[in-house]
Ligand binder design. Structure first.
Ligand code: ADP
Ligand code: MG
Length: 266
């Protein structure tokens, strides 16, 4: 057994792409929402995606874990290539393949999407128990560890309705981490929060970035994105209009569209 297998693949070279999207296109009926977006994330990269409402940010993230099936293009993760045909086939091999993808690409949504009838700990345990077949006791112990990491150990047995939005989002982050994904996707994780609760969620995300997690973050928090991300991508009308180090984009935007977008953010 080689080193890669022993470490479940997580020890691969720093230079290797953890995730690669190649010319992702998405059409909804006659609307061409994504017009060929490519991106590569290496281990520990934090990539922020910015752009006006309707530019395709959410659709792009959803295409990366096949919550939306790309019309064309492919996603490469752990040496495996995923494309439309994998989602359209009903074979059990294809289903297993998609399950592997979703396991490696965790997602945190704007609206938390916690299960309302379950406690925080149960929300975090659910994936490990159902999908990874972890014994419930071990899964609960791990869930408590993860809740402690997001500062919510004492809320482990509360239901979502008994938690603030910021706390619910931190539970959702713990739930995503519980599957130990290679990549974490965040779709405007603080947009649904009252302003005073934004900071606690950004603080957790900053910790994850410092730990070397590979993350793609759609956000309107430009200052946060500048501070945590290794790369920033500005999407416009389903295409990458500008990309590079966050400071370059923010301090010396080249395109008129990015200049206007940033001006509106201020
Ligand atoms: P963003 O997240 O940047 O605001 P979205 O990815 O949500 O943008 O949407 C991009 C475009 O795709 C919008 O014009 C939106 O109306 C359209 N769109 C998104 N999802 C669907 C869908 N399921 N059916 C039809 N059009 C969609
Ligand atoms: Mg969106």
């Amino acid at each position: 057994m080689n080193q890669l297998q022993i470490n479940n693949g997580k020890q691969s070279s720093e230079q290797e792409a953890v995730l690669r999207a190649d010319k992702i296109e998405k059409r909804f009926a006659d609307v061409h929402v994504l017009r060929g977006i490519s991106l590569e994330a290496r281990r520990g990269d934090v990539i922020s995606l910015i752009g006006a409402s309707g530019s395709g940010k959410s659709t792009f993230l959803r295409c990366l874990n096949f919550l939306e099936v790309p019309t064309s293009g492919s996603v490469l993760i752990r040496g495996e290539t995923f494309q439309a045909s994998d989602a359209l086939s009903r074979s059990s091999a294809s289903k297993h393949k998609l399950r592997r993808l979703r396991r490696e690409v965790g997602m945190v949504f704007q609206s938390f999407n916690l299960w309302p009838h379950m406690t925080a700990a149960e929300n975090v345990m659910e994936g490990p128990v159902r999908v990874l077949k972890e014994p419930p006791k071990a899964a609960r112990a791990r869930a408590l560890d993860l809740l402690a990491r997001v500062g919510l150990l004492e809320r482990a047995d509360y239901r979502p309705s008994q938690l603030s939005g910021g706390q619910q989002q931190r539970v959702a982050i713990a739930r995503a981490l519980a599957m130990n994904p290679d990549v974490l996707l965040f779709d405007e994780p603080t947009s649904a929060l009252d302003p005073e609760l934004v900071g606690e969620v950004l603080a957790v995300m900053t910790d994850l970035a410092k730990e070397g997690r590979t993350m793609l973050i759609v956000t309107h928090e430009i200052g946060f994105a500048r501070d945590v991300s290794s790369k920033m991508i500005f999407l416009r009308k389903g295409l990458v209009e500008e990309e590079g180090p966050p400071r370059s984009l923010i301090e010396s935007p080249k395109s008129e569209d990015l200049k206007m977008f940033l001006a509106r953010m201020r």
